[in-house]
Ligand binder design. Sequence first.
Ligand SMILES: Nc1ncnc2c1ncn2[C@@H]1O[C@H](COP(=O)(O)OP(=O)(O)OP(=O)(O)O)[C@@H](O)[C@H]1O
Ligand SMILES: [Mg+2]
Length: 505
Amino acid sequence: MQALLEMRGISKSYGSVRANRGINFTVQPGQIVGLLGENGSGKSTLMKVLFGMVRADEGAIVYRGRELDAGSPKAALQAGIAMIHQHFTLVEAMTVSENLMLGWSARGGPWLDHAAMAGQVRDAAQRYGLDIDPAARVERLALGEKQRIEILKAILRGAGLLILDEPTSILSPPEIARLLEFLQRFRAEGHSVVFITHKLGEVLAVADEIVVLRDGEVVGTTPAAGATRESLARMMVGRELAAPAERRSATPGAVRLKVEALAARDNNGAERLKDASFELRAGEVLALAGIDGNGQGELANTLAGLAAPLRGRIFLDGVDITAGGAAARLEAGIAYIPADRSGTSLVQGMSIEDNLMLRDISRRPFSVAGRIDRQATGRAARERMRDFDVRAASPAAAARTLSGGNQQKVALARELSRQPQVVIAFQPTWGLDPGATRFVMESLLKLRDQGAAVLYISSELEEVLAVGDRVGVLSDGRIVLLADRSEADIERIGLAMAGAFQEAA
Ligand SMILES: Nc1ncnc2c1ncn2[C@@H]1O[C@H](COP(=O)(O)OP(=O)(O)OP(=O)(O)O)[C@@H](O)[C@H]1O
Ligand SMILES: [Mg+2]
């Protein structure tokens, strides 16, 4: 059988960083290939080379038996390759079907016809379980829905190979299940998929073959059937994983943060957070599970001072801080780790060093009499990079040159290295590989042991259970369940996440 895709001897360097080194990568027709590797191992680079967004220094790409023009996304698209990016390319002010028609109008025919397009959308929705309202305006849609539109766009264009770069990190568990089901249906029609994820369970569930990269090289190729989480993790890091650090029990102190009946609107004006009340003590981690869109983002943003609440009050050490903005919260010792590293937490054009030192640069010992001590900031930045295992050519490199996971590590290093008293962590492990995820949780527990109060908001039940001294569930804008770690009932938490207790609250 002729392979659908053969990438041969692909090498790509960025300055001194060898992102891809002599990679051979093959995809068969009707195959789902899982692409794994630690943060910065070269996965996105390889897929950008395939899609023509990045030109390789060496190597060739053969697709359906023909060599593909290098460095041309247009050639890749025309050949039938589609890539779903983490950041979508939709026009927000237009409807779903208008977006789907973009790029087709030149061809005329049925694509100019709204009714025909709506029919196509419904048909694909039915065939693949990708239901979307063709008349909905994109700006009103959740991330998961936008992703479905991007996938639909690829299908309508007749894509035979779909590349998905970490598609599940923005999805809720039911949406993830739906995406994986779609991938299987797509494969059943003879199409192929390259699927990048850090969630080993996901690749084991759907991939036929798994390819593992380390430091820009292929270090293993294995059928998914014979692999386990442990064998994959070992391949990724190249050694046995250490046992997780022993978890010490919490010794909670005084109440640091107190939240009373907090409510907030989302960007579209809908009241997403409806009534959240809780206390957070020094020396404890309160972990809130919940499916995205149930008020998590609004809770995190109002606590960080980035958005004003609609109702309710926030107290820090008994002082009402509801009215203060983000700067005041920072000044008061509240650190905020947002999920969206590229949007809110990093200045992409600035160096890694400046991003790391952003919050400290104007104070002692980094600034004296208005002058920045570059030696001191450089030393601290290198220390933070080492502690958080930020992999980059140098601290002087621009943040945008970092891999996705390494950007998140910079955001984490900046906030957590300052020994914050109160930490608001919203999906902090977004895009991190398993090793880095574990490191983040251990770092937060260490801060807790030093007396910090930590609020951990996540859609990953596994993480919530691993890190929380108390665990709760945020559902439909309310905290519907709150229990000590020792009394947490996983089944009840799962039910609460799915909305089972909304009426009772
Ligand atoms: N535009 C760029 N300029 C300079 N270096 C880059 C650029 N893009 C990627 N790199 C470097 O290439 C290496 C591989 O990055 P890549 O984004 O492919 O990793 P990845 O496997 O996708 O990681 P992650 O899981 O964190 O997304 C990293 O060291 C990264 O810093
Ligand atoms: Mg990547």
